[in-house]
Design a protein around this ligand. Structure first.
Ligand code: ADP
Length: 633
């Protein structure tokens, strides 16, 4: 649900409004209209007067009636007599009073007696300032720029910010004034924000949405119940789950508390463990908004499968965790991110709706993400001509592996007292051997088969294809190339769509068979191979989608579950075999009937390693023209 905030004139007003709103969450009764006097002490270096507009705006918003509420400023220089007079006037007339007291202002005892709650206001954070700049002046300020701006006194910053003035200009002005006054300034750290990270798939979009929602919640325009407050990330070690939580915290400009069952266990027996767990959740609530990152979520186990001596212990641990997730006393402002290497070992109750009900699997990074992660860790670009080599060499690498390659390369360059060169990277990468001659030609023909099938079946939008120049010398299978095409994410799809997809997948093998009378070992090896993918599609067509020769539905979609289905059900097995054979025959027919087209594509791939969509269209046009000439003659 959205509410509107009264307009505030400057970024400073909006930013201070955010800090007021955030601090007052520690006085929930006051916020909900109870008669109370709340004293807010402004941070050192801020004047009570700075809050004039933001406090007025807040009161306009909170007060049911005009005379219901008031705010009073107490400056550090105010005399006790003046303070008492000002306060007694307001104490007696208003039901709710907000006192803004400067650090160092002495509160006379008689005035202090009436105060219900005392709160220290937090200084403006980078996120508050970014919200302020955007709302008041429509200026987009990055996290790092906001951190840098906050290094300067608030009055300087307010004077330098102008509607439409670029943030870099603001910073230059502030720096030149500081330099004239002989004051050093320090730039904020350049740790990446989530928006700058790659390899996180839909988890990244979730995180960026969360950052926006947290902003809205902080500025009071969104209720906590409308914020999506939990996620589980699963994936192999080193895929950056911990790093995701840290980058998200920077993006949201909130603190992060990183913990795990292991850490809680280190405190001793069950009672100590539960106490440590409670301690972390309480700490998170105290510094809300904040991110609580809980690693190794699978080590809690699944209560349904406990059969060991420690069953009671384990059940109590899981129950304790669930209690905190549910937050009987509320966990407003606490976003929980769980991480695991194996989602299937997590107690389903943890993943239930309202708890950590969103799950995103983080895969090993694909080719382009690997290049981007490597560049990020190196802090510099990579030579474009070496992309193919790097893609092959890093196949199967996690983000952590790539970070290590970059670290090793930097160390070598540092020792040699020079910039990083490409050879520094190769040192910590597996040995590569060039692919040439017949081997290279077979890769070109294989990829050309895929390309021809995509084009001739009009199966999505074709983007281009490539083959690699090198292969790894360590026995690991790495793809020899790829044809890139995109299917519309929303479309009317029938069995024909899926069977065409099988043809496209099998067309590489088909081209090899047609051209060489044999197929190489690349098409069927590994769980991501062409053959594995085609087999999976053929199976789910029958068992999951009702597009086979029977309607019975099975929930299985995972590779190993589908394998089990095929093993135990002879009818499924027979149908899958039949589909694969039929579509392989269709793929071979397609290649045979368009051999000239496939050959043109393969020649280009063999010669240059790549072929673009435009080139393929031109080849198609020339083959069609040649056919027409032949028919006419
Ligand atoms: P996990 O928690 O999944 O085991 P980590 O978050 O601890 O993995 O990752 C270890 C290191 O690997 C990180 O500190 C970072 O240097 C690097 N890393 C992993 N994934 C990425 C990524 N997507 N982008 C950049 N660096 C990454």
């Amino acid at each position: 649900m959205s509410k509107t905030i009264p307009p505030l004139g400057t970024p400073k007003d909006v930013a201070l409004y955010c800090t007021l709103r955030r601090s007052l969450r520690k006085a929930p009764d006051f916020l909900f209209g109870r008669d109370q006097i709340v004293m807010l002490t402004v941070p050192p270096g801020y004047c009570a007067e700075d809050y004039d507009n933001s406090a007025a705006s807040l009161i306009r918003r909170l007060a049911a009636e005009r005379d219901d509420m008031a705010y009073v400023m107490i400056a550090a220089t105010d005399k006790p007599r003046v303070i008492i007079k000002r306060l007694t006037d307001d104490y007696s007339r208003r039901r709710r009073v907000l006192i803004l007291r400067e650090t160092g202002a002495e509160m006379p005892l008689s005035a202090s007696l009436g105060i219900d709650i005392e709160i220290d206001l937090s200084p403006i954070s980078a996120m508050d300032l970014r919200i302020g700049c955007r709302r008041a002046y429509q200026i987009a300020v990055t996290h790092d720029q906001a951190c840098a701006m906050l290094e300067f006194p608030l009055d300087h910053l307010s004077a330098a910010l102008r509607r439409g003035r670029p943030p870099m200009d603001v910073l230059h002005r502030l720096e030149s004034v500081a330099a004239r006054e002989g004051k050093p300034t320090k730039r904020a750290s350049a740790s990446p924000l989530l928006e700058d990270m790659v390899g996180y798939g839909s988890a990244k979009s979730w995180g960026l949405e969360l950052a926006k929602d947290l902003n809205d919640w902080r500025s009071g325009t969104l209720n906590w119940s409308d914020v999506d407050t939990g996620i589980v990330l699963s994936g192999p070690p080193g895929t950056g789950k911990t790093q995701f939580a840290a980058a998200l915290a920077r993006q949201c400009d909130v603190p992060i508390i990183a913990t795990s069952l292991g850490r809680w266990q280190a405190h001793g027996h069950l009672g100590d463990l539960l106490k440590a767990m409670r301690g972390d959740f309480n700490r998170a609530k105290e510094c809300a908004p904040c991110i609580l990152f809980c690693d190794e979520l699978d080590s809690f186990g699944d209560r349904n499968s406990f059969s060991h001596d420690n069953k009671d212990y384990s059940i109590q641990v899981v129950n304790g965790f669930l209690e905190h997730l549910d937050g009987l006393d509320g966990r407003e402002g606490v976003v929980v991110i769980g991480a695991t290497n194996d989602i299937s070992r997590i107690d389903p109750a943890i993943l239930r709706s309202g708890r950590l009900d969103r799950h995103v699997a983080i895969e090993l990074p694909d080719a382009s993400d690997r290049l981007a992660i490597l560049q990020q860790h190196l802090g510099q670009g990579l030579p474009v001509g070496q992309y193919s080599k790097l893609i092959t060499a890093t196949n199967g690498f996690s983000g952590a592996d790539l970070a290590k390659v970059a670290r090793d390369a930097k160390r070598l360059a540092r020792r040699a007292k020079r910039d990083i060169v490409f050879d520094d990277l190769l040192v910590s990468l597996p040995d590569l051997i060039p692919i040439t001659g017949k081997h290279r030609w077979s890769l070109a023909v294989h990829e050309a088969g895929h390309v021809a099938a995509v084009i001739l079946l009009a199966h999505g939008v074709f983007h281009g294809a490539m083959i690699v120049d090198h292969t790894r010398n360590d026995g690991a299978t790495s793809p020899g190339g790829m044809a890139s095409y995109e299917l519309p994410s929303v479309a009317y799809r029938t069995a024909e769509t899926y069977r065409n997809q099988i043809v496209v997948l099998l067309a590489g093998m088909a081209a090899e068979e047609v051209f060489f009378g044999a197929i190489g070992d690349g098409s069927g090896a590994g769980s991501k191979s062409d053959l594995a993918q085609a087999t999976k599609i053929a199976t789910v067509l029958q068992t999951y989608m009702g597009m086979g020769n029977r309607l019975r539905h099975s929930l299985a979609t995972e590779y190993s579950d589908l394998e089990n289905l095929r093993n135990i059900d002879a009818a499924v097995r027979a149908w899958v075999d039949d589909v694969l054979e039929t579509e392989f025959a269709r793929a071979k027919e397609l290649v045979r009937g368009n051999r000239a087209f496939v050959e043109l594509i393969a020649n280009e791939l063999d010669a240059t390693g790549v072929v673009s969509n435009a080139q393929v269209e031109e080849m198609r046009a020339s083959v069609v023209a040649a056919d027409e000439i032949e028919t006419a003659a």
